[in-house]
Ligand binder design. Sequence first.
Ligand code: ATP
Length: 341
Amino acid sequence: MITTKDLTKVYRSRGREVTALAGVDLHVREGEVYGVVGTSGAGKSTLIRCVNMLERPSSGSVTVDGLELTALAGREHRAGRDLRAARRRIGMVFQHFNLLSSRTVQENVELPLEIIGLDRTQRRRKAAELLDLVGLADKARSYPGQLSGGQKQRVGIARALAGDPKVLLSDEATSALDPETTRSVLGLLRDLNRQLGLTVLLITHEMDVIKTVCDSAALMRGGKVVEAGELTDLLARPDSLLARELFPLGDFGAGHPGHTVLEITFQGDSSAQPFVSQLARTYQIDINILGAAVETIGGRLVGRMRVELPGAHQDNVVPIGFLREQGLQVDVLDQRNGAVA
Ligand SMILES: Nc1ncnc2c1ncn2[C@@H]1O[C@H](COP(=O)(O)OP(=O)(O)OP(=O)(O)O)[C@@H](O)[C@H]1O
């Protein structure tokens, strides 16, 4: 649904050049919630602004819903008109809501409908539907100044949906909100994604946002995507940086010399299996549990456990094979440096 190929953006100001995007390849599938995470300055805002051409990329391409926007971004009149039409199918939600304070909630939502050219009755009906969808039907006549942060963001989301977009871009939509309001706004985004089949691309600096709402994620550093994929796949990859941050196990014990330390990741159904006791019974071995944690990631239960088996790695090849046969992700930890061997 959204594809960027070798996307670069170089800002030039006062004789200085800053490379904000250094060849970004991103692929967001239709109907998924995709999160881009990274620290300040990584290039996240630039990326999302290039996706809807608020910012012109220096090179590379952006395709949304089969239409190459970078090819439409020419200077002729017609190209500009086509780009504006394509942009209407892309909704955008901002960190600071960007509502007009002199207009009521209803009028804020009507604004893009005015630009599309709907008449007054059509605008009213559509705005009422959208406010109902975001749970704010009773606030239509209020002004933004009378609303809480979470309510303002709901208005921002209703406004973003006015052009019936297939894609919603969210630029740190919950960064200005408290944790509880963040959860409810993320819940709304998830509901809209499911109900309307809306593809959502969001940027955030918070891992919790990725954990709560995303199907897939990309990690950006220094203008590049250093890792990307579906969360369930990333969690099964022992070397995944995103998985380590989504599910830190740093405080777990590192084990004792002469033992084999395993990190076991289980998802969905396999979490119910009493694999530790099965392993102990089948192979008559004492298993020491060094730590365990369970999290809900992307609506799916994921657990990690660090266990210690007596003996060296080569003595435990059969029990490790047994665990893997149960559908578990098993990584053998190198005790010298705590890394996965
Ligand atoms: N308009 C601009 N002119 C010059 N440099 C810019 C401009 N916008 C961004 N940059 C620079 O580009 C780089 C990437 O910035 P960007 O805002 O995309 O990062 P970010 O990951 O969104 O960070 P933050 O979370 O702080 O917004 C930074 O070095 C930034 O200073």
